[in-house]
Design a protein around this ligand. Structure first.
Ligand SMILES: Cc1cc2nc3c(=O)[nH]c(=O)nc-3n(C[C@H](O)[C@H](O)[C@H](O)COP(=O)(O)O)c2cc1C
Length: 176
């Protein structure tokens, strides 16, 4: 074993799927890439996520308390990284990245049609926002595209490196 710089720890635990966080500020929808998220509860699903105060998405989430988490397939990886490398403050990312959207059922931000799944969420806890930019969300409605049920997702490993989903295996487990 050798020392691993603490700055690299996140790259070990990081690989949840890269997602897209959709917000809407006074009717103006925006989207950012988001890989710092964590499940907290099965049902209703609780999700913790870090949304940096530097971004426009943070402003919108803070104001409205609503968002959609969309899960893109690996085939969208380059587009998603592009979305995560610019700000909706100055760009219409829907136009720039040719994103198709449709109205969500419960929240104001739209669903992303090309994604594997979309989760409509409401902010339920802001206690960690000031210190960590961490919002606790509750999923209030979820959608998936059956045509993409087996589509591989992709995972951020840091510094421009990504892992694409590979084989799915079954190992008996007591975890639900
Ligand atoms: C792969 C990837 C993952 C990212 N994950 C996060 C994240 O979890 N939280 C965050 O605040 N920013 C994350 N970012 C950065 C935001 O997506 C980026 O700051 C975005 O451009 C903000 O856009 P906005 O100003 O329109 O909100 C990520 C970027 C990339 C490329």
């Amino acid at each position: 074993m050798r020392t691993l710089p603490l700055s690299k720890v996140y790259q070990l635990l990081e690989p949840g799927p890269v997602t897209l966080l959709v917000t809407a500020d006074e009717g103006r929808a925006n989207v950012m890439a988001m890989s710092w998220h964590m499940m907290m509860e099965f049902e209703p699903p609780g999700i913790a996520c870090i949304v940096s105060p530097a971004g426009y998405s943070h402003e919108a989430l803070e104001k409205t308390g609503e968002c959609v988490i969309a899960v893109p397939a690996a085939t969208m990886a380059e587009r998603v990284v592009g979305i995560g490398n610019c700000s909706g403050r100055t760009i219409d990312k829907f136009e720039r990245f040719h994103l198709h959207h449709r109205k969500a059922q419960i929240v104001a931000p739209p669903l992303l049609v090309e994604c594997i799944a979309n989760i409509e969420c409401r902010v339920v806890d802001r206690r960690m926002v000031r210190d960590y930019g961490m919002y606790i969300l509750e999923a209030v409605k979820a959608w998936h595209d059956p045509a993409q049920a087996r589509a591989p997702m992709f995972h951020h490993r840091g510094w421009g490196e990504f892992a694409m989903d590979g084989d799915i295996v079954r190992i008996p487990s007591n975890m639900r």
